[in-house]
Design a protein. Structure first.
Length: 242
């Protein structure tokens, strides 16, 4: 990401409905594991550090990102262990992590299989990786290009990717169901009129709308962690090191 995009993300990431909703979802999905004492965690592709700064209350966590600027922002958030690193070559010893967080990162690398193998390398046996990725290749847009995505996933392609790795899939489900229809509508308009913006879709929302969307995402997290959502804009997965 460009510095201007990181600056915008740093300004909104803690409270913005999209980022906060994603953290709420995984707090629900990982509730039992996060309650374990002495948890050792690694956040891959940390961006400006809202995820590790939130999850560090549950244990010890290392933030990694290939951007020096991103890690500088993460340290400003109070993340003490922040390392500049490519996602496919993680700066930690084998079998030393209980939990790896990989939120919206594997779509950025050329070799997503290699990245999952590297994540498996740093997990202890029985350790878990939590994954969030954009779905629906048909929704590919300028937003993906600005964020330097390599792909969007289908439910089948993400399942096959995980099953081909040294990981056992434990959960695979949809996220962001509420905004799926609006996303298709916006992308349809963009195909007719051209991109609505040359920047990533990271916009601050008016406080009432932001609060409403956070409440919606809180409800979605409860459904996703029980019965599961029937559809969504993104996919979430949990997999365990065999």
């Amino acid at each position: 990401m460009q510095l201007k995009d990181l600056e915008q993300m740093y300004a909104v990431e803690v409270d913005h409905w999209w980022f906060a909703g994603k953290r709420m979802l995984f707090k629900k999905l990982l509730a039992e594991r996060l309650a374990r004492p002495g948890l050792r965690m690694l956040d891959v592709g940390s961006g400006t550090g809202a995820v590790p700064s939130d999850f560090m209350r549950h244990g010890w966590i290392v933030a990694t990102d290939r951007s020096v600027d991103a890690m500088r922002f993460a340290r400003k958030r109070g993340v003490k262990a922040a390392a500049v690193s490519d996602a496919t070559v993680l700066p930690v010893a084998p079998a030393c992590m209980d939990l790896v967080l990989a939120f919206d990162v594997i779509e950025h690398v050329d070799d997503d299989r290699g990245m999952l193998a590297e994540i498996a390398r740093v997990l202890r046996p029985g350790g878990m990786v939590a994954i969030h990725v954009p779905a629906w290749p048909s929704l590919w847009s300028r937003h993906d290009e600005v964020l330097q995505h390599k792909r969007r996933y289908t439910r089948r392609s993400l399942r096959r990717l995980i099953e081909a790795s040294p990981l056992s899939l434990e959960y695979l489900g949809w996220t962001s169901a509420t905004i799926l229809a609006p996303a298709f509508a916006v992308r349809g308009i963009e195909r007719l009129l051209g991109p609505l913006s040359e920047t990533a879709d990271i916009y601050p929302a008016p406080a009432p709308i932001n609060a409403l969307l956070k409440a919606v995402y809180r409800a979605e997290a409860a459904i996703a962690s029980t019965t599961g959502l029937p559809f969504g804009l993104s996919l979430a997965a949990l997999a365990v090191r065999r």
